[in-house]
Write a protein that binds this ligand. Structure first.
Ligand code: ZN
Length: 387
C-alpha cells in the first residue's frame, strides 16, 4: 500500500475509528472492554483468541504470537481482498470516502498527469462520494429532501450531498482546500449541498445552511461561477437538448432522473453563469417563471432558449410535460421570489377555481397549487366544511 495512503490513515482515520461501531470485523469476534477503550478479539495472524486492539490505533496485537497486524491487513484476510480495496471498505464503513491520493498511486499514468493531479487535493468525484456518505448518515437531511419532492431511490444517484460542518472536509483531507471550496464551506456550515464545478480544479458548494425548508440558499457572494452548475455532467454530454433551471438542487434531481439539466442559480449568480450557455449547440428549454431575471439572463446568451409554458404539456424528454411542470413551484418557494400580485378584483372566483384545477391536473399537489395561486393572484383557496 502506498505511503501516502498509510499516512492518511494514521493521521486522519485511525484516531477517530472505533472498531466495534460497525460489523466489519465481526469475523474476529471483538468484545469491547468495560472501560470502552479497547477490545479483545481473535488474532488475524494465528487465529488464537488472545489478541487485543486499542481504539484509535492502527493495529491488532497478539499476546500469543506477538504479531502486530494493521486493521487494513486484517480486513484483507477477512474479506479476501487487496489492501487497496480493504482500505476503501474500512474508510467507507466509517463514513469516509477514499481520498483522491489512493487513485493517483493506483493508476500512475504519464508523469505530467500525475503531477497535475497531485496539485489538486480534491477531485469532484471524491468530494461527491464524501458528501453522499454524509448524506446517507443523516436522517434529518434525507427527510428534508423527501419532503421537498425527492424520491429515496434518486437521492444517491444525484449530484447532491450533505455537509456536516465547516471543518468536515478539512478533517478528512491532508492537503489545503481549493480557495472557493474553502470559502463556501465556511459560509454553509452544515446542510444540503450541491458541488458546483469551477475551472482550475476548484469547486464550490452551493446549498443550504440548516433547513432546506426554511432558509434561503447560502453561498459566498465573492464566488462567481462563469458557467451553469452541472453543465458538463455526463448525462448532459450526449443529449441534444438541455433543461435550464435556477436551482442547483432541482438540476440535481432532474439529472438523477437522467434528464439533461443544469442550473444557473438565482439573480446574483445567473448573470455570470448564463454566459457558459453561449455556444452550447443544443435545444435549450428554461423551466422558470417567464418574467424572472434568470430567463432574461439565459436568453441573453442563448437567444433561442424557450421558456416552458405553464401547465401546458410539453413534448420533450422521457416524461409527460406535467412531470416537469411540478417543479416550477420549487424555485418559487426555494428562492422566496416576490411575484407580482394581481389585484384581488381582477380574477373571478370561477377563474381561480379553473386555474386551480389546471394545476392539480398537471399533477401538482393540492396544497402546492393553493400556494402557487396565492403567490400569483393574491387569493387563497380554502376548503370549507360542508354542513
Ligand atoms: Zn496471534
Amino acid at each position: 500500500m502506498s505511503n501516502r495512503l498509510n499516512t492518511y490513515l494514521s493521521e486522519k482515520f485511525y484516531p477517530l475509528y472505533k472498531l466495534t461501531r460497525n460489523d466489519l470485523f465481526n469475523g474476529l469476534r471483538p468484545i469491547e472492554k468495560s472501560d470502552g477503550k479497547s477490545c479483545s478479539l481473535v488474532c488475524p495472524s494465528c487465529w488464537g483468541n488472545d489478541a487485543f486492539h486499542y481504539f484509535g490505533t492502527a493495529s491488532i496485537r497478539c499476546n500469543s504470537c506477538h504479531q502486530h497486524t494493521t486493521l487494513v491487513s486484517a480486513l484483507c484476510l477477512l474479506d479476501e481482498v487487496t489492501e487497496q480495496e480493504a482500505a476503501k471498505r474500512l474508510l467507507e464503513s466509517a463514513g469516509f470516502a477514499s481520498p483522491p491520493i489512493v487513485d493517483i498511486t493506483a493508476e500512475p499514468h504519464d508523469k505530467a498527469e500525475t503531477e497535475s493531479k497531485k496539485s489538486s487535493a480534491i477531485t469532484t468525484r471524491w468530494l461527491l462520494d464524501q458528501l453522499r456518505l454524509w448524506l446517507k448518515d443523516n436522517d434529518d437531511a434525507i427527510e428534508s429532501l423527501l419532503s421537498s419532492g425527492w424520491e429515496k431511490e434518486l437521492l444517491f444517484k444525484a449530484p447532491i450531498g450533505y455537509l456536516p460542518s465547516s471543518r468536515a472536509i478539512q478533517n478528512v483531507v491532508t492537503d489545503r482546500l481549493p480557495t472557493s471550496l474553502y470559502k463556501s464551506v465556511r459560509k454553509i456550515k452544515n446542510g444540503i449541498v450541491v458541488p458546483w464545478v469551477l475551472p482550475n480544479h476548484d469547486v464550490f458548494l452551493w446549498g443550504y445552511n440548516d433547513s432546506l425548508q426554511q432558509n434561503q440558499p447560502s453561498f459566498d457572494i465573492s464566488i462567481k461561477p462563469s458557467s451553469p452548475c452541472h453543465l458538463n455532467h455526463p448525462v448532459n454530454l450526449k443529449s441534444e437538448w438541455l433543461l435550464v433551471v435556477e436551482d442547483p438542487i432541482l438540476a440535481s434531481l432532474l439529472l438523477a432522473r437522467r434528464i439533461p439539466a443544469c442550473a444557473v442559480g438565482d439573480e446574483s449568480l445567473s448573470e455570470l453563469s448564463s454566459k457558459g450557455l453561449q455556444g452550447v449547440k443544443k435545444s435549450i428549454f428554461i423551466l422558470a417563471e417567464a418574467d424572472s431575471v434568470a430567463v432574461k439572463n439565459i436568453q441573453k446568451y442563448s437567444p433561442n432558449a424557450k421558456v416552458v409554458e405553464e401547465v401546458k404539456p410539453i413534448a420533450f424528454g422521457p416524461y409527460h410535460g406535467a412531470y416537469y411542470r411540478r417543479f416550477t413551484k420549487w424555485h418559487v418557494s426555494r428562492f422566496k421570489k416576490i411575484a407580482t400580485v394581481v389585484p384581488n378584483n381582477v380574477l373571478s372566483d370561477e377563474q381561480i377555481i379553473l386555474m386551480l384545477s389546471a394545476l392539480v391536473d398537471a399533477e401538482m399537489s393540492f396544497d402546492d397549487a393553493v400556494e402557487v395561486l396565492e403567490i400569483k393572484t393574491g387569493k387563497r383557496v380554502t376548503i370549507a366544511q360542508v354542513k
